[in-house]
Design a protein around this ligand. Structure first.
Ligand SMILES: [Zn+2]
Length: 682
């Protein structure tokens, strides 16, 4: 299994800049790269990455996505006078040239291709290329929006050609629409392009009709182009996460990519003069984490935009730390997406319903019409005028993300010690006395607690919960002789010793614990028999038609469990699989991998002794940060599972706002937008 994170950077790409006065282009400055790299150095991240060199792209590389005429024209720019460069740029719009930009543009492609090579050959698992100029606006014969050549398009075509990669997912979280990427792949069913972008009903640059949600791809590529337009500014982490849970991730898993290319523009972060959004840099750690269980972890991030010289380097650091496997910061206070975001989410899900099984259940709006009003273009009316300064917005500096000294501790019965990787720390603790155990398992007869193996496992649980709380250990795996008793004990011990909330995810039919009403414990229970009516809103049984329904289970994890868990924001996660649940290894490790984005990765997995060695080994590997196994091609989920999940989601969405997918209920204006309005009109 490949490991390691590549970092590709070369100072040479800082050696071009705007040479004339241009209020639009003035934000694309060399300092963008300088501050990003310096922040990585300061955080000690550069030396933890595998440094890879850049190279100059060849003509052959460039011609993968561009025309000969255009390449030949750009080749002349190093010899042009200032005046000639200005004239050359005019027909393209929102782009500038410099005698050294052709050289840098070739390095930006070469950096991308070296990253693709390193990931595809298994030299590293993932990586990031910090490049200038960016690429996603560049088209076959056109420079555009600070972009000369389309780095990610070329990287994608190169991976398909050289490595025969069959399906590539491109995630473009830059705040502008990467129309160059859309044009390049809109007829290609092997490349799924996802972009979210500030749109404001076509009033925001590049003001294209085809950036709206109803551009779904053409011909055989229909369904493989997903545009999520932001029709208001001020979107925050609620909005970004909701789009991942309810649009991108379900489709991405169904698409089953072999490689993920990330157009990593950070103008979607707070403080950016272009985006005017409100998502703090920590969100990029989460978005990155949520993509890392796809494609066996093969992820190539390539810098696009990002113009606030504070939030850009912070966001780059968050992304790189997650690629390296550091625990992801908690995001507290999540509530629900804004009304405008929900309208966009609903529109995308409806229009893509015919292409993706994960959206089959989505009710079309009555008398469904594209909702976006294409009003007469008045560019800049709502946003900033070119050259207008953005208001000073401040946000707290992201907290340090320090991993505990031990990543994974395991307690396994004799004979199974060798079934997990060497790097897992073994724990063997002293037995609890039956009296100590009975104290936390109040209703049990002490005679039931005399089993030595049980007392040993209770001691292990107690010790591991304590070590996780003290941040000595990040996560743990226990194989226990009596899952129900050990789990009940683990919950009691955690509730007594932690001040924080505990999330228990349980796969099995009998709820292992009683959930109290104080909200300190949330139990999400996947079961295959009709559950008893829960006594607390924090006990959520999810009825599945058997755990063999992998697409149905995944749908429940992505669109129900993750939104609930993010809304609940636990400090510790307990995950337990009852015996004979029938859950496949791949689906199980997807669950354990995805959940590690919560609670700073503090998680304890309990399994019944007697589970197969393969399950134990892959669970330990997942806790150590190895990418989850691919789920392969998913069939259609069973209608019964989908119905159950959807009913539950609708029932719970008023309490848990991240479950919402429709625009008509629970309006919430983006908050920092409101604040800004107040600042303008006191
Ligand atoms: Zn951008």
């Amino acid at each position: 299994m490949a490991s390691g994170t590549a970092l590709i950077y070369d100072e040479e790409m800082t050696r071009y800049k705007l040479l004339w006065v241009d209020p639009i282009c003035k934000i694309e400055v060399p300092e963008r790269l300088v501050v990003s790299y310096a922040a990585l150095q300061k955080a000690g991240l550069t030396q933890r990455c595998v440094a890879l060199p850049v190279r100059e792209a060849t003509d052959e590389d460039i011609l993968l996505a561009h025309s000969t005429e255009y390449l030949e024209a750009v080749k002349k720019t190093p010899y042009m006078t200032l005046e000639e460069l200005m004239t050359f740029a005019v027909p393209y719009g929102d782009v500038y040239f410099h005698p050294n930009i052709y050289h840098c543009a070739k390095l930006a492609i070469g950096a991308t291709l070296n990253l693709v090579d390193a990931v595809m050959t298994g030299k590293v698992r993932n990586g990031i290329a910090l490049v200038r100029p960016p690429g996603h606006h560049s088209q076959r014969s056109t420079a555009n929006g600070f972009c000369i050549f389309n780095n990610v398009a070329i990287g994608t075509l190169y991976a398909k050609k050289k490595y025969n990669v069959r399906r590539v997912l491109i995630v473009d979280w830059d705040i502008h629409h990467g129309q160059g990427l859309q044009y390049c792949f809109e007829e290609d069913p092997d490349v799924l392009y996802f972009s979210w972008h500030r749109y404001e009903h076509q009033k925001f640059w590049p003001n294209l009709r085809e950036s709206d949600y109803d551009s779904v791809g053409k011909g055989r590529g229909a369904g493989f182009n997903i545009n999520l337009p932001w029709n208001k500014v001020g979107m925050d982490s609620n909005d970004y996460l909701s789009v991942f849970f309810h649009v991108l991730l379900p489709v991405a898993y169904e698409f089953n990519p072999e490689l993920v290319m990330l157009s990593a523009g950070f103008d979607s972060a707070i403080g950016d003069p272009e985006g005017e959004m409100c998502a703090t840099p920590e969100i990029f750690g989460h978005l990155t984490h949520l993509l890392m269980s796809l494609a066996g972890g093969r992820l190539c991030a390539v810098l696009e935009g990002g113009y606030n010289l504070t939030s850009l380097p912070q966001s780059v650091c968050q992304t790189v730390q997650t690629l390296l496997g550091d625990p992801v910061s908690r995001i507290s206070g999540l509530s629900s997406p804004s009304k405008s975001a929900l309208e966009s989410i609903q529109s995308v899900r409806s229009v893509h319903q015919q292409y993706w099984a994960c959206f089959k259940h989505v009710a079309a709006k009555p008398g469904y019409e594209p909702h976006t009003k294409h009003s007469k273009l008045e560019a800049g009316q709502d946003g900033l005028q070119p050259g207008e300064e953005t208001k000073e917005i401040s946000w707290p500096e992201p907290l340090l993300r320090l991993p505990p000294p031990t990543r994974t501790a395991v307690a396994l019965p004799a004979g199974l010690e060798d079934s997990v990787p060497e790097s897992c720390k073994r724990v063997t603790e002293t037995l609890l006395t039956p009296e100590e155990a009975a104290e936390k398992l109040g209703n049990l007869n002490i005679q039931d607690l005399k089993n030595k193996d049980l007392l040993q496992s209770l001691g292990n649980v107690q010790s591991l919960v304590d070590k996780i709380e003290k941040k000595q250990v990040r996560n743990g795996l226990l194989l226990v002789p009596d899952l129900r008793k050990t789990l009940a004990f683990a919950v009691q011990h955690a509730l007594i010793s932690l001040t924080d909330r505990v999330l228990l995810v349980f796969l099995g039919n009998e709820a292992p614990v009683e959930v109290r009403v104080d909200g300190k414990l949330m139990l999400v229970q996947f079961c295959s028999t009709e559950p008893h009516e829960p006594k607390s809103k924090h006990h959520i049984p999810v009825m599945m038609k058997g755990f063999g329904d992998v697409p149905g289970f995944l749908h429940a994890v992505l669109t129900l469990l993750l939104p609930l868990a993010y809304g609940y924001d636990p400090g510790l996660i307990l995950v337990a699989m009852g015996k004979g649940s029938g859950m496949g290894v791949a689906a199980w490790t997807q669950l354990t991998s995805l959940l590690q984005g919560l609670a700073e990765g503090q998680m304890l997995v309990l399994m019944q002794q007697g589970d197969e060695e393969e399950t134990i080994r892959t669970t330990a590997a997942s806790l150590l940060g190895e990418p989850a196994q691919s789920l392969g091609t998913l069939g259609d989920p069973l209608p019964e599972s989908m119905d159950a999940v959807e009913k539950l989601r609708l029932k719970l969405e008023t309490q848990w706002g991240l479950l919402q997918t429709r625009g008509q209920n629970l309006p919430r204006e983006p908050e920092c937008l409101e604040q800004r309005k107040e600042e303008v009109d006191p």
